[in-house]
Design a binder for this molecule. Sequence first.
Ligand code: DX5
Ligand code: ZN
Length: 217
Amino acid sequence: MKECLVSPSMLAADFANIQRDVEMLNSSEADYIHIDIMDGVFVPNISFGFPVTEAIARHAKKPLDFHLMVKDATPYLEACRDSGAEIITVHYEACTHLHRTIMAIHELGAKAGVALNPHTPVAVLEEIIDHIDLALIMSVNPGFGGQKFIPHTFAKVEKLAAMAEKTNPDLLIEIDGGVTSENARELVQKGANMLVAGSFVFKSENPQDTIHSLKRV
Ligand code: DX5
Ligand code: ZN
């Protein structure tokens, strides 16, 4: 049995009962609360904006893990931090000046993450890996919850874990999309140490038990 961090995604919460769902996570073993921000341009969907994330932050007792699926992250970074983000993750595919964006996140006092779409090789992180706190491997195409896990993710996690071991052994390796008890164990065995789970947590009969078991795969 290996322990890992779990970051349930609010995208799968009941938006008519946000306070109830955040309080459920507060009294669970969740380590973070994952917040998906979409702009309808980088991904073909829109989730929620900062009035909603501020409402989540007002009730949350767990640190917030922001995942920005937007074409231009720069104008949103300060609002994320003001909304209580402890981690801000931007997409490699959306950042022309990734190093500058990472520095801007650090200047705000947050941890910086870089997310990779399923087709993006982990090797692109080689020159930035020791400047970041987290790498997020998308195990579905970003934009929607409830999609099927892409098995090629296992190989990417293994490669990234080997890269991290050499230059940044404290790197958080977060997996996002279609995570369930079926794939969690292999993900953690291959080197993942942080799992996002939306539907698998919120659609389960007892979300707190589900979080408990995901932490010990
Ligand atoms: C998808 C988001 C995910 C999503 C995961 O683009 O980045 O965080 O909420 O949802 P599940 O776990 O249902 O695939
Ligand atoms: Zn996400």
